[in-house]
Design a protein around this ligand. Structure first.
Ligand SMILES: *[C@@H]1O[C@H](CO)[C@@H](O)[C@H](O)[C@H]1NC(C)=O
Ligand SMILES: *[C@@H]1O[C@H](CO)[C@@H](O)[C@H](O)[C@H]1NC(C)=O
Ligand SMILES: *[C@@H]1O[C@H](CO)[C@@H](O)[C@H](O)[C@H]1NC(C)=O
Length: 555
């Protein structure tokens, strides 16, 4: 076995105690946060994130393991997915389209991203997402080509319109014949479809495309990282929807808005979007149809005991109304326009801004949304995928119900706390069931803290199972443990869930992995609590941090 360079013990110890001190003081460490906020709470509630979650969404195994089943030999033709609307809607349609291509045994051509006129931009797929990475990540899930074969490269695809189809739309029945006939078609996926009827390989292709294969281009990611770094930490990313068109679309009425807002809403209402009045308006509101105002949002955040000095990144489009309702209470609110240089911001397209909000929101300490739109669905699922559990949707319905019952002040706060706490505990809304499975497992909220390094092959023989190859789990996510965890060999086969917390030079990837114990630490003295296989280490950290702090829990 190769030996990792081991620092003198006192260096390790002093570094460790220093890092531990940082960990103890860092409010973003979940296992410790609960204790801290229990002490500091003043209204009788600790903050919502310190509540222990019972249910957690996890990516399904059939997705993660699906690369193992071979792709069909016979190709039925080529499909281009044509996507319209905002960035997150295009992305969702594209994911669907990837699943359809796999279902139809077709080869995927890079999609067309047709940006709605009001975005004023030409951003195609390749301007936003890293094409090489996409193709690489989809390997084994579906065939993707960058260039069409010469015999069809000069043709435009034949458009098969399924976008308006609803319900039990069957692609094999209605689209496959066109594909076989024309050999190159373009589709915009139907609005709703019975994904539950897809074979697993098609669903897996969709999941892989949506959650594992789309990465921003280098230059966009660079910009996004800059933005992320400029935001004070730790921070909550808040997706607020209270733009004139949103409010007009909701057909809700609000009292107490400024004349400017009222005028903007009126202007956005067409003839078919007149607001409900009287009893209808009350019923509509009670069903949770009305967007939360920034003021109401601030009230709910307070009910959830989110301190008013919390750093909040506003992940929202331009044109939010009544934002003072939030910023007068939560004073540390930052926006893109304030953080990016003016010139940069001016020249930025709508899709670029949406991509930045998305990136920041899947990397924030916590995420809350007042709506459950395309962005929220993407972000919450990505966060579930990465093991970031602090995700919550504020309940318009709960707010409307309680206020219609006449609750106010402290009683309203208590009721809101309870409703949201229940949602959080049950993991409601944190992911969609297509690619994720809800499982009843204590999450990492109360894990232990230790250190991890990696060790290199040869990994056999191990102290647990000698030379047997079968002892290693798929993906080589295995570890060797030090004396404290070894338990005289009883540790063999135990499984741990772990994630990287910190380390020198920001090594952590924000992902949680499950590992299996196969060996006792092969190095003396053992350099860390847990030694990860190189694959396991690479899954949660960059190698530049050879030694990292981890949180782990036996599962
Ligand atoms: C796709 O290929 C598989 C074999 O790999 C076959 O079983 C299936 O029927 C094919 N589906 C279509 C729509 O051609
Ligand atoms: C669209 O953006 C370009 C610069 O990117 C600008 O020159 C042009 O005037 C804009 N058009 C509209 C309609 O806003
Ligand atoms: C915000 O809501 C509070 C009640 O929660 C109310 O007293 C206040 O007037 C509202 N402010 C605005 C600007 O609407």
């Amino acid at each position: 076995m190769s030996v990792i360079s081991v620092k003198p013990l006192f260096v390790i110890l002093s570094t460790l105690s220093f890092l531990l001190a940082i960990l103890l003081l860092s409010p973003s460490t979940p296992s410790l946060q609960s204790e801290l906020s229990t002490i500091s709470r003043n209204s009788g509630n600790s903050d919502i994130w310190s509540v222990k979650r019972i249910f957690e969404w996890r990516p399904c195994n059939w997705w993660l393991q699906s690369r193992l089943t071979p792709l069909p030999e016979k190709n039925n033709g080529y499909i281009r997915v044509d996507c319209y609307g905002g960035l997150n809607q295009m992305r969702r349609d594209f994911c669907d389209g990837v699943g359809i291509a796999r279902l139809l045994n077709a080869t995927l051509v890079l999609p067309k991203f047709e940006v709605a006129a009001y975005w004023n931009e030409s951003s195609g797929f390749a301007d936003i997402f890293d094409v090489d990475y996409f193709i690489k990540q989809m390997n084994g899930f579906v065939n993707v080509v960058r260039e069409l074969p010469p015999e069809i490269s000069s043709k435009e695809p034949v458009r098969v319109d399924c976008s308006k189809r609803k319900g039990q739309f069957d692609y094999i029945e209605s689209v496959l014949p066109s594909l076989l006939k024309h050999h190159y078609i373009s589709i915009t996926p139907a609005m709703s479809q019975r994904r539950d009827r897809y074979p697993q390989n098609a669903k897996a292709a969709l999941c892989q495309a949506c959650y594992s294969a789309l990465r921003l281009t280098k230059s966009l990611e660079h910009k996004a990282t800059e933005l992320l770094e400029a935001i004070p930490k730790p921070f909550l990313s808040l997706h607020l929807r209270f733009e004139p068109d949103m409010v007009a679309y909701s057909q809700c009425q609000y009292s107490g808005l400024s004349p400017t807002s009222m005028k903007a809403i009126e202007a956005a209402r067409g003839d078919d979007r007149k607001p409900w009045t009287g009893e209808a308006a009350r019923i509509w509101r009670k069903r949770g149809k009305c967007p939360l105002t920034p003021n109401e949002t601030a009230f709910i955040l307070q009910a959830l005991s989110i301190p008013t000095n919390t750093n909040i990144y506003l992940a929202a489009g331009d044109g939010l109304m009544e934002i003072e309702g939030l910023t007068s209470i939560y004073t540390n609110v930052v926006t893109k326009s304030a953080l990016l240089s003016g010139e940069d911001f001016e020249s930025m397209h709508g899709n670029t801004k949406a991509a930045l909000d998305y990136y920041v929101s899947i990397n924030s300490d916590s995420y809350m949304a007042t709506y459950f739109g395309n962005m929220d669905k993407m972000v919450s699922a990505m966060r579930a995928f990465k093991g970031l559990y602090k995700t919550l949707f504020l309940s318009r319905r709960a707010f409307a119900e309680f206020t219609s019952e006449g609750l106010e002040g402290e009683r309203l706060m208590q009721a809101l706390w309870k409703a949201h706490k229940d949602d959080f505990v049950m993991g409601r809304g944190s992911a969609l069931p297509d690619c994720f499975l809800i499982s009843k497992e204590a999450y990492l909220v109360h894990g232990d803290i230790g250190t991890a390094t990696f060790y290199s092959p040869p990994y056999i023989p191990t102290k647990c199972d000698g030379n047997r190859e079968e002892q290693f789990p798929p993906g080589n996510l295995f570890v060797a443990v030090s004396e404290g965890l070894w338990d005289n060999g009883a540790a063999c086969g135990r499984r741990y869930r772990l994630r990287c917390l910190s380390g020198p030079r920001r090594p952590c990837k924000r992902k949680t992995i499950d590992v299996k114990v196969v060996d006792f630490c092969p190095i003396t003295p053992c350099p860390s609590t847990i030694l990860l296989s190189t694959d396991a280490f690479a899954a949660i950290a960059h190698q530049r941090g050879r030694k990292i702090n981890i949180e782990y829990i036996q599962i």
